[in-house]
Design a protein around this ligand. Structure first.
Ligand code: HEC
Length: 108
């Protein structure tokens, strides 16, 4: 009986983590697409910065915090208005997606 329970638990965990991985991958692909379409023009395809500041090397929570600040109309440097306009058009899911892509792929 105990063995069956352990087996069942293992099977459920595997299905659960496979689902989580698939969700994560879908979010990542959304973020990659969004970045290439809407961010690379100002931040550079490699995220090293251009008109916009460098994003490469930043972690997901930091990126999310900054984008939400722009979205809320708060924040930062003398060019904030350029970014506020962009951030206001992003949903929370898009913000998470693009932050996932940047933190995973764009390294210093
Ligand atoms: C029109 C040009 C432009 C576009 C397009 C743009 N940004 Fe920006 N972004 C900027 C500028 C300029 C700043 C710096 C603003 C300031 O002075 O506060 C900035 C700042 C940021 C910051 C804060 C960086 C830091 O370390 O302080 C993040 C994060 C960011 N952008 C993410 C994005 C993402 C993600 C996209 C695409 C969805 C995007 N930006 C699209 C111009 C742009």
């Amino acid at each position: 009986m105990r063995r069956v329970a352990i087996l069942l638990f293992t099977a459920c965990s595997l299905v659960w983590s496979a689902n989580a991985l698939a969700d994560d991958q879908a979010l990542y692909l959304k973020g990659k697409h969004l970045y290439e379409q809407s961010c690379a023009g100002c931040h550079g395809a490699d995220g090293k910065g251009d008109i916009g500041r460098p994003l490469a090397g930043q972690e997901m929570p930091e990126l999310i915090r900054k984008m939400k600040a722009y979205k809320a109309g708060r924040h930062v440097g003398f060019n904030a208005s350029l970014m506020t306009l962009r951030a206001k058009s992003l949903s929370d899911e898009q913000i998470r997606a693009v932050a996932l892509y940047i933190s995973r792929d764009l390294k210093i």
